[in-house]
Ligand binder design. Structure first.
Ligand code: PGA
Length: 270
């Protein structure tokens, strides 16, 4: 089985002010800097657009990557309020989240638009994190797999096998986001295994085995290790708990176990 390095990303959403963003980035850099085994897990933070340059500056020279929460697919022009891939690169972004459920369901983004954004990110050299996942009513109607399949097939349309090396998938059941209701490790594993099966069908087994699939939805220090201990769960996309440095470090620690403690004093299970 492919060894996929765990990837923990913090999605700050529309939270924090300038000073709080600076403090969070700086303390995170400091804590990760003394994490002995920090190189065993990839870590990124995704601040709001306006704080990206600040976070990128503070985190430069650290192992922590910076990502945006969204992007527009056009290169430039009359698109009021939008931000391009080049602009994100210009301020130091390596990653971008596309298709987050809040963008799908609050802002109304379609699979087609999400696919355009994902392709623009790849073509411009930014690594997309494609969010997928079902609403509560879809789960209750037994449509979980159909939604996962549609989000993957539509979101990855015209994305080549080679480009998949730069894509991370985040399975985020919408009913678990910001609700404190986490999917059980079994529910997460089942959905992730299914997503991997679809990737094998779209591409092939080697792409399916190499692609990292994060879990998102109320990940906390006390459930992170168990969730990321599932064979097909390759990390976490963390909202609320990424705003508190100790919680986020605890989740990163969860990504390191069961291989062992990172030795930086951050605790999982607290
Ligand atoms: P949450 O958000 O951790 O606050 O549930 C996860 C996400 O939306 O990415």
């Amino acid at each position: 089985m492919a060894m996929r390095k765990k990837f923990v990303a913090g999605n700050w959403k529309m939270n924090l002010n300038k000073q709080e963003s600076e403090v969070l980035a700086a303390v995170l850099k400091e804590k990760m800097g003394v994490c002995e085994n920090a190189d065993r897990v990839d870590v990124a933070v995704c601040p709001p657009f306006v704080y990206l340059p600040i976070a990128a500056k503070i985190l430069s020279g650290s192992s922590i990557g910076v990502g945006a929460q969204d992007v527009y697919f056009e290169g430039n022009g009359a698109f009021t309020g939008e931000v391009s891939v080049e602009m994100l690169k210009d301020v130091g972004c390596r990653f971008v989240i596309v298709g987050h459920s809040e963008r799908r369901h609050v802002i109304g983004e379609t699979d087609e638009l999400i696919n355009q954004k994902l392709k623009a990110a790849l073509e411009g050299g930014i690594e997309p994190i494609l969010c997928i996942g079902e609403l509560l009513e879809e789960r209750e109607k037994g449509q979980t797999e159909a939604v996962i399949e549609r989000h993957l097939r539509e979101g990855l349309k015209e994305v080549s096998k080679e480009q998949m090396a730069k894509v991370t998938i985040a399975y985020e059941p919408v009913w678990a986001i910001g609700t404190g209701k986490t999917a059980t490790p079994d529910q997460a594993q089942e959905a992730h295994a299914f997503a991997r099966k679809i990737l094998a069908d779209i591409y092939d087994e080697s792409v399916a085995q190499a692609t990292r699939i994060q879990y998102g939805g109320s990940v906390k220090p006390n459930n992170a290790a168990e969730l990321m201990g599932q064979p097909d769960v390759d990390g976490a996309l963390v909202g609320g708990a990424s705003l508190k440095v100790d919680d986020f470090m605890g989740i990163i620690q969860g990504g390191l176990s069961p291989q062992g403690s990172c030795g930086c004093g951050c605790k999982s299970g607290s």
